[in-house]
Design a protein around this ligand. Sequence first.
Ligand code: DX5
Length: 212
Amino acid sequence: MISIIPSILVPDKKTFLTNYTGLGDSVSMIQLDIADGKFVPNATWADPKTVSDTVKTNVELHLMVNDPVAEMKKWVYVRQVTRVLIHVESPHEVAETIRKAKQINWEIGLVLNPNTPTSVLHDFLDDIDLVMFMGVYPGFQGQEFIPETCDRITQTKAKGITLPISVDGGVNEKTIPALVQSGVDIICPGSAVFGNDKTPAENILALQQLVV
Ligand code: DX5
C-alpha cells in the first residue's frame, strides 16, 4: 500500500491554514516544505508555533535550506514533527545533521536531487529511516516530473535497499501509474492536492484510488 503525504509549500500563514484545513481528516501526515531562498531560489513560510497550535496530524519537515541544524532547532518542541528530510546536496555535514536529528528522536529521510548519484546513499543507509527522491529540482510546486526518477527508484530497490522510498515533486494523476510500477512506497503530491478547484480532501481521495 502506497502512502500519500501531501506536500505543503506556502508563502504565508493564511495559505497554510487554508491548505491544511482543506485536507480534513484525509491524511495522517503532512510534509511541510521549508525553503530559505538560498539552497533553492524560493523562500517559504513555516512557523513552528502555528504548526504546534493548529496541526492534528504528524508532520515531516522537508528542509531545503543551507543550514538544516539551525532550522531543526526551531522545531524541537513541536510534538507533531516526527521526521525530518535533509538534502544530501546542502552545504552541511550530513553525518552531523543526522546525529543531531537522532538526538531529537526524529526519523530521518535523506533527500536526493534528480542529478545526485544514488551511490551517495551507501554511507548513510544504517543511519536513516527513509530515502526521498526528488522528481523535480526543488523550490517550486507545479513543475514537470522527471521520468528517470522512476528508474532511480527501481534501481535502488533492485540493489536490495529495503528502506521505504518516497518521491516528491511532479506527483500527479499522470505520473502516479509509472511511480506505482517503480515500487515507490510514499508519494508527496503538492499542486495535485492544493492547486486546482477541488478541495484538498477530494484530491487526496482521487489520488488514493490510483495507488490501491
Ligand atoms: C518542490 C517541492 C515539493 C513540492 C511538490 O520544489 O519540494 O515538495 O511541494 O509540489 P508538486 O507536487 O506541485 O511538484
